[in-house]
Design a binder for this molecule. Sequence first.
Ligand code: FES
Length: 105
Amino acid sequence: MEFVKFCKIEELDKKNFITKSIFGKKIAVFKENDNSFFASEVGCKHQGADLTKGKKEGDFYTCQRHGWKYNIKSGECINQKSSKLRKFLIRIEGDFIKISLDTID
Ligand code: FES
């Protein structure tokens, strides 16, 4: 399994997430309150809007375009059960957060 550099850990010191486009996919790494991290696809499964620009309520983000709602940690879409966000494995190496583009599920 190959991991690619996503960002420096310190980039998340003052942010809860960082979003990047990798191979045409919008992916974000989120920092939890316990300083752990997880990575998720954040392009809406409907028409691709960036979910991190939508309304946040706890672990849920609502897409700003047409209102589809997702649990960003599980990837579950409340409106369309078959439209689950991809999750990505994370590895910490030195000062960097790396992600695998092989999905967890
Ligand atoms: S693009 Fe997200 S609900 Fe339509």
